[in-house]
Design a protein around this ligand. Structure first.
Ligand code: BV8
Ligand code: ZN
Length: 249
């Protein structure tokens, strides 16, 4: 019997009266679409590698083809799945709330495919590549010759346009995320282990600025004891339930 999550009247009232809502999402928000989270070591294809080892500039420097192939596999996987009910509920917030900003750590593009129109990709995207030499960004890199990884016209190696461990996030992305979290009436934190910085500080900045913060996660995290409200459950169940509790069907 799946227990139906309950939400406080404070939360529901805040959402119904909100002008601005931000949603910080992590890998847990895409899990029900069939994309393994970073903590799921059961990923048969790549389980033998530790993500933290592959998602680094050093790994790419050591073995560009291995890292490129891993991201190509992840890109194909992301392109092959559908957004889930949690992504859809987040997109539907735009029907009720003036300004909805998704701040995602995910690189799978599922929020945009679900219909969210304002998405800050803190950690980049699987669907863009960047020249590791001249920084030119490509949305289409087909037909760039037989090399793996392909090369830019400047002969630089193309790399995924994602932020690796040890790399700076784009100043524009982190500043717009902080601005959205600082102005939000409510911040929903969905499916993140809240460990990786600086993303994990966004909820704290929202709380300091007076936002009502709700965490939705399959299990407790370091944020659980800090936020205003926490619901343990799957985002694909909890987010549609939150929508129904706030605005009916
Ligand atoms: C930087 C893109 C510095 C690539 C990613 C202290 C010690 C050591 C290192 C550091 C430190 N402090 C800071 C650092 C550096 C590091 C960091 O934070 N490390 C952590 C491990 C401590 N940070 C960085 O390197 C950042 N850059 O700090 O630069 C700098 C300064 C000056 C000059 C130069 C550099 C860059 C971080 C970005 C790395 N890139 N992704 C790619 O995708 O391949 S991070 C990647 O991992 C994700 O994007 C995400 O951010 C993180 C994984 O976290 P989650 O998304 O939360 O996923 P996870 O699997 O962990 O958890 C899933 C959650 O979902 C769980 O809680 C689970 O319960 C829940 N869940 C599961 N199913 C469901 C669910 N919830 C709801 N419903 C479900 N169905
Ligand atoms: Zn180049």
């Amino acid at each position: 019997m799946i227990s139906v999550p309950t939400f406080s009247e404070v939360l529901l009232g805040t959402l119904r009266g909100a002008e601005r809502v931000a949603i910080l999402t992590g890998a847990g928000a895409s899990k029900e679409s069939g994309i393994p989270t970073f903590r799921d070591a059961d990923d048969a294809l790549w389980g033998r590698y530790d993500v933290r080892d592959l998602a680094t500039p050093e790994a790419f420097g050591r073995n560009p083809k291995l890292v490129w192939d891993w991201y190509e596999a992840r890109r194909r996987a992301a392109a092959g799945v559908a957004p889930n009910a949690g992504h859809a509920a987040i997109a539907r917030l735009e029907e009720k709330i003036l300004e909805v900003t998704v701040i995602t750590q995910n690189v799978d593009g599922l929020h945009q495919r679900a219909g969210s129109t304002r998405v800050i990709e803190l950690h980049g995207s699987l669907f863009r590549v960047r020249c590791s030499r001249c920084d030119r960004v490509f949305a289409d890199w087909s037909g760039r010759g037989p090399h793996v990884p392909p090369r830019c016209a400047c002969r630089g190696l193309l790399r995924p346009d994602v932020v690796w461990f040890g790399e700076m996030l784009s100043i524009e992305a982190i500043q717009s995320a902080r601005r959205a979290a600082g102005r939000a009436d409510a911040l929903l934190v969905v499916g993140t282990s809240a460990v990786v910085q600086p993303a994990a500080s966004v909820p704290l900045e929202a709380m300091r600025a007076g936002a009502y913060v709700l965490e939705i996660n399959a299990e407790p995290t370091p944020l659980t004891g800090v936020v205003n409200e926490s619901v343990i459950g799957r985002s694909g169940d909890v987010l549609p339930a939150l929508w129904r509790a706030a605005w009916g069907e």
